[in-house]
Design a protein around this ligand. Structure first.
Ligand code: PXP
Length: 239
């Protein structure tokens, strides 16, 4: 079965723009699951620019929301993950200045720390995943430190498709990586920058069993729902 995970970070981005409560990330999470999504992803960043600790507390307490917590490989985040026990954790690289997660993890450089964190999470029955670039070398390293899954960074292919450039090389890299990871029993996920078109392209790779999508789904939802919301306001004004 193919899983769809919805990243709701940008619901919190909109909420934080006003410093108020609305829109509520937990309501987006409930609606996403009700609509057929398989899991909810939230990235608790060090600078708490979108999702905050209260969001994590609320969403992790709601039954029937399989939660995927994205986090940096730090002791502080490990402590938080072990406290709230999300179903899944995906470890991602984090830079304070970046607009979004720009690339995969440097496993070689952070080997010891990642191994320690993965062991702790595995022991707590939290499914572990590492966000990596589509590279056989990185998949081998990921496997050697005990992760159960890998998530392949699809930012590059997404950009190529959006700019109508040749994406065949990048597609083949992802395909080869997915096949290799699957052959050594790692579960293969994909995410970053995905829209309808890139997702359709990547669906040709059967080894990818989970897609985690955020920005496009939230953006598209705004475009889709705008008419409905305006109609509701017009009704109120006419009364
Ligand atoms: N997967 C991971 C590991 C991410 O860090 C992100 C967000 O940066 C996503 C998926 C979703 O990316 P997007 O918002 O571009 O769909």
């Amino acid at each position: 079965m193919i899983s769809l995970g919805i990243n709701i970070d940008h619901v919190a981005t909109i909420r934080n723009a006003r410093g108020e409560e609305h829109p509520y990330p937990y309501i987006a999470a409930k609606n996403a699951i009700k609509s057929g999504a398989n899991s909810i992803t939230i990235h608790l960043r060090e600078d708490r620019r979108h999702i905050n600790d209260k969001d994590l507390k609320i969403i992790s307490s709601i039954k029937n929301i399989p939660l995927n917590l994205e986090m940096a490989a730090t002791n502080q985040m490990l402590k938080i993950a072990l406290k709230y026990k999300p179903n899944y954790v995906c470890i991602v690289p984090e830079k304070r200045e970046e607009i979004t997660t720009e690339g995969g993890l440097n496993i070689k450089k952070n080997n010891k720390k990642l191994k320690y964190i993965i062991k702790k999470l595995n022991n707590s029955n939290i499914r572990t995943s590492l966000f990596i670039n589509p590279s056989i070398k990185d998949i081998k390293l990921a496997n050697s430190i005990g992760t159960k899954c890998i998530e392949l960074h699809t930012g590059k292919i997404s950009n190529l498709v959006k700019r109508k450039k040749n994406y065949v090389n990048e597609f083949n890299k992802i395909k080869k990586s997915a096949k290799f990871a699957d052959s050594i029993n790692l579960e293969v996920h994909a995410g970053h920058g995905l829209d309808y078109k890139t997702t359709k392209i990547l669906r040709k790779i059967p080894e990818i069993t989970e897609y985690n999508i955020g920005h496009f789904i939230i953006g598209e939802s705004i475009e889709f729902s705008l008419r409905k919301v305006i109609k509701k306001f017009i009704k109120i004004l006419k009364k």
